[in-house]
Design a protein. Structure first.
Length: 271
């Protein structure tokens, strides 16, 4: 496994830190430097092995921000926390942002577009030799739900992820630097999310670590709907996030990473 990945011999916890005003789960709560760093420190102290820092919301319908805005949000946080010894990943689809974040101290690139949004991302991943999460993706947040059409979601996600792996390897990315993410909630309806969770073994067979991010997503809100059909809000989905993440780990018996929600409640399977 890539030496930059945590390998404590147990489940690995990833805490999610959204330095944004509009993320669905915690938008605006950690936009300031001190608030963001304090939340990251809290997750780190509670046992998170990796903090994922993102400066652009990828919730359904979100509008994009420019690269300068994204950098201004995340770089001070990454520099501060990296200096304190916190292991960090950067959640971005832009190669320039990933490169700057790695220079600032990030040790993993978490790309929800799997390299599709920016062709230069493969070069950055190859040259830095940082672990690169390739998530299944069909389009940016503003339009992605219109692309949630599948005949066999597990087979199609598997095939599309392998296409991204092939492209990454062809660009010189080391095989042991690649992780895969089925992209729960990204161009997926709830039925697709559940099918992918049941089909994780098929994705594991591809031979790469899996990152599975349930993290307070809509399909959990719908699972916990009120009697009148109103989905449970994001802040009431922590227990479901933890349960689904633990079950995802229990359902696969090879290397895997399961991203926690903003409270870093979920477990991730390591090697």
């Amino acid at each position: 496994m890539n030496v930059n990945l945590p390998d404590p011999g147990r489940c690995v916890v990833m805490g999610v830190l959204n330095v944004t005003p509009d993320s669905f789960s915690d938008g605006g709560r950690y936009l300031g430097l001190e608030d963001a760093c304090e939340h990251a420190r809290e997750m780190w102290a509670r046992g998170a092995d990796l903090i994922d820092v993102g400066g652009e919301s990828t919730r359904p319908g979100a509008e994009r921000v420019d690269a300068d805005t994204e950098l201004a949000r995340i770089l001070p946080v990454i520099r501060t926390l990296a200096d304190e010894g916190v292991l960090l990943s950067v959640d971005t689809t832009r190669a320039a942002v990933a490169a700057a974040a790695v220079e600032a101290g990030a040790r993993m690139i978490n790309d929800v577009s799997g390299g599709l949004a920016d062709p230069e991302m493969a070069r950055v991943a190859a040259e830095s030799r940082m672990p690169w999460v390739l998530m299944h993706w069909r389009g940016h947040s503003r339009d992605m739900q219109s692309l949630a059409s599948y005949e066999d979601v597990v087979a199609e996600v598997r095939a599309e992820l392998m296409s991204r792996v092939d492209a990454a390897l062809a660009a010189g990315v080391a095989e042991d630097s690649i992780l895969l993410d089925p992209g729960l909630g990204f161009a997926k309806d709830a039925e697709h999310d559940w099918a992918l969770l049941h089909g994780l073994e098929s994705l594991r067979e591809l031979g790469f670590p899996l990152l599975v991010g349930a993290s307070r997503k809509r399909f959990l809100g719908r699972l916990l709907s009120e009697k009148d059909g109103t989905p449970r809000p994001a802040e009431g989905r922590e227990d479901a996030t933890a349960a689904v993440s633990a079950l995802a780990f229990a359902g696969i018996d090879a290397a895997a990473f399961v991203a926690a929600g903003a409270a870093a409640e979920a477990a991730v399977a390591a090697r």
